[in-house]
Ligand binder design. Sequence first.
Ligand SMILES: NC(=O)C1=CN([C@@H]2O[C@H](COP(=O)(O)OP(=O)(O)OC[C@H]3O[C@@H](n4cnc5c(N)ncnc54)[C@H](OP(=O)(O)O)[C@@H]3O)[C@@H](O)[C@H]2O)[C@H](O)CC1
Ligand code: K
Length: 484
Amino acid sequence: MSFEWIASHQSAKPTTEIPLLSSADIRAIEASTEPIIGQPGLMEQAGLAIARWVLAQAPHAHFFWIACGNGNNGGDGAEAAIHLHRWGKTVYVSAVKSPKSAPADASRAWTRLVAEGIAVHHEAPDSWDVCIDALLGIGLQRHPEPPYAEWIKRINQAAKPTFAIDVPSGLDADTGSTFEPVVQASATLSLVGLKPGLFTHQGRDVCGDIWLHKLGTESTTEHIRCTLNPTPKPLPRPHASHKGSFGDVAIVGGALGMQGAAVLAACAALHAGAGRVFLAFLNSEGLQGVGIPPDIMLRSPDTLPHQGLTVVAGCGGEHDIGHHLPHWLELAERLVIDADALNAIAIRPDLAQALVQRRADTTVITPHPLEAARLLGCKTTQIQANRLDAAQRLAETFQCTVILKGSGSVIAAPGRKPRINPTGNGRLAIGGTGDVLAGLTGTLLSQRSTAWEAASESCYIHGLLADQWPQQTTLTASRLIEHL
Ligand SMILES: NC(=O)C1=CN([C@@H]2O[C@H](COP(=O)(O)OP(=O)(O)OC[C@H]3O[C@@H](n4cnc5c(N)ncnc54)[C@H](OP(=O)(O)O)[C@@H]3O)[C@@H](O)[C@H]2O)[C@H](O)CC1
Ligand SMILES: [K+]
């Protein structure tokens, strides 16, 4: 039996590519796990794992409120209660009354619990040291109804340590969307496999620390919905190399009053280690006060070299970028498309068509949810309701690699299982960090063999800088660059 710590609210464990499983994947694994006569079944194993985990987290707690739903998530809670009771803890078990009978595994757990002499209540206790949230797991379908909703509110109001079984009740395990109300957990123990919803959209804000216990199961490729973006390996920089070995990156952007965005992207490309960085402003009027390091070569968009160039188009590009896009969509060997360049593609079918026709695996687009919504002709809420699907749709529609930004950025590409990036935090939610990501992605795209690798590494590194940021220092986009 082993527990694995995966992430806290502000940081994530460096990992290889961990699989993330949808609810359907989890159910398929459960169904294919043959019970062994005389051995504890999955739910019994889950109960023991939960009890051990909670005790390790709160060793001095005495009074445990175990709030149980009517399904198998509640069954896990009942199994955990049996162990805590046997270990001398006071357990107060509340079960939701339902006209429907509990599923078979959970029914057996309830029978064992009663045989153990543990009372079953149908209301919440007045107070408790620790709550185990076993109300709703992957079976959640809709806004929690009474008494689930009332109990969730009580749990949150009490602000006591709360340990969620599988997912915080109210969180959609597949998408990271929350129904209201949702349990605000101190920590979450994901069972069998990690779920995508723990890592994207609202998941990171409600899970607390994320832990995994596989209960002895293994996932096969067919059971994997997506993966956690793995920690990249540093690119070797051979001794015998020269500036031509590390890519030429050109930033095309910076319309009037927006030049700072293009400068941020260019500086990010420079600090990320590009061999040469060019900066082509769409408008260079009024540049006083915009500091441009002398390492960056200024060109006009029309005098940039073509051969071997990686172009980052869009940063601060406003309306003007649209005029230049046909050229770069056709000629840039590698291309990162950000911000206003994405808005231009959203309203011009000729540009969208040119994007589709580019050579495979040479292009990365970096939309935030609103830009993604414009590209797909839908609402931002629809993008956020299923970020994995949205990123995959963008990749298929525009035949390119996608970084859908936001909490748990999603990296997608045609024909690949998407990745969710585990690094990064709310400190990145400020102006300019997107330009830094675009510039960094440009450099990596110029150096890596695939757009997929470049996008994955770029997201990881960008987020890691924020995770490692000193608590007392304000994070700004220009400071972020200095740490690249
Ligand atoms: N089976 C095993 O061996 C293991 C299961 N594990 C745990 O099981 C859960 C998944 O269990 P499941 O029963 O499929 O689903 P839940 O317990 O999450 O929820 C189902 C019940 O909740 C009701 N429900 C759903 N949504 C709501 C809502 N919004 N408000 C009120 N009630 C809701 C649902 O009622 P229906 O009317 O929709 O049928 C069910 O009564 C998984 O998460 C694990 O914790 C373990 O992994 C161990 C092995
Ligand atoms: K739960």
